[in-house]
Write a protein that binds this ligand. Structure first.
Ligand code: ZN
Length: 552
């Protein structure tokens, strides 16, 4: 019989292209050094490296990971240590199934240093509330699996109207829509051009140049429409493009005037009260993802029209004055494209604001630098970002809030009961069983209680949804950042994907040096406090110390 091999500590490292820039704190060399230092300081015996260099974290199909799994099966591994969870894997559900189920069952302790995860320590899950809250939302906004589920659900949608450009009626069931891939590609292109900062007429020109058939010409070509004599087959009208960009059908939502079915769990409401429309989500397969669609609506709400002299800028519509809140307006002088507060320009005599002059090229540099810093921060410290961004008290209170949710339901019931009671005393009063004085006294009491309950429901609902909204917004911004491994150039697409607006402060002179502050409002979350390189290194050291204290 073989002598039992000695147990060891697995130190797992991973790096791939989609982890961003090389030579930073996530390089394999740094990970190894960091893990070895940790293992030594905490007395973990027989450290052994498992290194997957050049393998993505989105799945577990990695040679060293497999080797480690087989060693775990053989009972050779006592502890698995990674720098942070994203090194281990980028699919939270799978990561969770390893760290929370598979490893504990195999008797393996799992430590993700930077995330403060240690299955061997009870205290370590002080941040579990965040992680769980976040994980609950994250897969919903990005996971492909979820998209597949949506596709299947989409078959449930019934359509009474004719499908818009991009969809076809299902020949087997006229109430269902199918994606018409050929037209859907054009729809996607139109959205993407809008994301790149192109206006509707520029989009029309691009389609004309490429001889793309208009929706009506396309229908004719497929034998499903009646030919319009006047229309040129490639002459896209701007109104047609505008209506494509605004159509909710492309995110799988259908408008209905009859149905009351609401096939979605989301608390989020698309305004319906005004026109009494009903929106059914997941009615059919989306062509455009929701984040992009919403961004396009924002871009269009801040339409970037060229100035009278035909000038445009990637920043048009995004810049605001820090002092008066007016938009900055674009101009050119001495060969420099620049922005100035529009209030200053309008009130040049009364001087209701100051210039807030900023050159476009300087702004480009400033914004590019900040976006690069932001991306680097998220790539290395995603969890830290989540914790900082989601209000700690809110996350912790979410469990408490679920109790409030029950209270809301109770209150709603009581309101209905009061309605019933009111009807009863009204009838009794009409029948003469209850005199007027008693009736008014009782009805006043019921009314007051109802008012109070309604107010309570309103407050509780606001509290509950606040926690959900924060987590969702953070998850959505993270989903955006994961589409980029690096930002080398400030394109309109990058700018639109990451930024909602930029607030420009007045220039200041400090010690003879000119400085100018800008506040970037990131998509969904607003201002983000981005740590500097030095602060990031400091954070790493802090984590190292914190876990040291804990195990000591
Ligand atoms: Zn101003």
């Amino acid at each position: 019989m073989k002598r039992q091999q000695e147990e060891f500590t697995a130190l797992y490292c991973r790096l791939s292209q989609d982890d961003g820039r090389e030579g930073e704190s996530n390089s394999i060399v740094n990970q190894k050094e960091y893990l070895m230092k940790y293992a030594k300081e905490h007395g973990f015996p027989n450290p052994k490296f498992y290194v997957d260099d050049g393998y993505t974290g989105t799945n577990f199909d990695r040679p060293s990971f497999k080797e480690m799994s087989s060693d775990i099966e053989k009972g050779l591994v006592k502890t698995v240590i990674v720098k942070d969870l994203s090194r281990f894997g980028r699919n939270y559900i799978e990561v969770g199934s390893y760290s929370e189920i598979i490893y504990p069952e195999a008797g393996v302790r799992f430590i993700a240093i930077m995330d403060n995860v240690d299955t061997g320590s009870l205290e370590s899950n002080e941040f579990a509330a965040f992680t769980n809250l976040f994980n609950e939302w994250y897969p919903k906004s990005t996971s492909k699996k979820v998209k597949e589920v949506k596709k299947a659900k989409g078959l449930a949608g019934e359509h009474l109207g004719a499908p818009p450009y991009g969809y076809l009626r299902n020949p087997d069931d006229k109430t269902r829509w199918l994606v018409d891939e050929e037209a859907a590609a054009v729809v996607r292109r139109i959205f993407s051009l809008c994301m790149q900062g192109k206006g509707v007429s520029a989009i029309a020109t691009a389609l004309w140049e490429d001889k793309v058939l208009t929706p009506s010409a396309y229908k004719v070509s497929k034998g499903i429409g009646v030919a319009k004599k006047s229309g040129h087959p490639y002459n896209w009208e701007t109104s047609v493009i505008a209506s494509i960009l605004e159509n909710v059908a492309y995110i799988g939502v259908t408008e209905s005037f009859k149905s009351t079915r609401l096939g979605f769990k989301s608390r989020k409401r698309i305004p319906t009260a005004k026109d009494r429309r009903t929106y059914i989500e997941d009615a059919h397969t989306p062509i455009i993802d929701r984040d992009m669609w919403e961004k396009v609506q924002m871009i269009r709400a801040n339409k970037r029209r060229p100035t009278k002299s035909g000038l445009t800028s990637i920043f048009s519509g995004l810049l605001y004055c820090a002092d008066c809140g007016a938009k900055l307006s674009l101009a050119t002088a001495n060969g420099y494209t620049h922005f100035r507060c529009s209030m200053y320009k309008r009130t040049s005599r009364a001087k209701e604001c100051t210039q807030h002059y900023i050159r476009e090229d300087a702004l480009k540099q400033l914004v590019l630098k900040q976006l690069q810093q932001f991306l680097s921060y998220l790539q290395q410290f995603e969890r830290v970002f989540i914790r900082r961004q989601i209000d700690a008290t809110l996350a912790e209170r979410r469990y408490e809030l679920s109790a409030k949710q029950k209270q809301i339901e109770k209150d709603e019931k009581r309101i209905k009961e009061l309605d019933r009671l009111f009807r009863k005393i009204y009838e009794d009063n009409v029948n003469g069983k209850l005199n007027d004085e008693r009736f008014y006294k009782l009805s006043d009491g019921y009314e007051a209680e109802q008012e109070q309950l309604k107010q309570e429901i309103e407050d509780l609902t606001a509290e509950v949804s606040e926690a959900d909204t924060e987590a969702t917004n953070v998850a959505r911004l993270i989903a955006v950042t994961r589409k980029y491994t690096r930002i080398d150039e400030l394109t309109p697409e990058v700018l639109n994907a990451f930024v909602d607006k930029i607030v420009v402060h007045e220039r200041e002179k400090k010690d003879g040096k000119r400085t100018q502050k800008i506040d970037i409002y990131y998509s969904y979350v607003g201002i983000v406090d981005i740590p500097t390189d030095e602060e990031m290194r400091e954070m790493e050291r802090e984590y190292m110390q914190r876990t040291t204290r804990q195990t000591a």
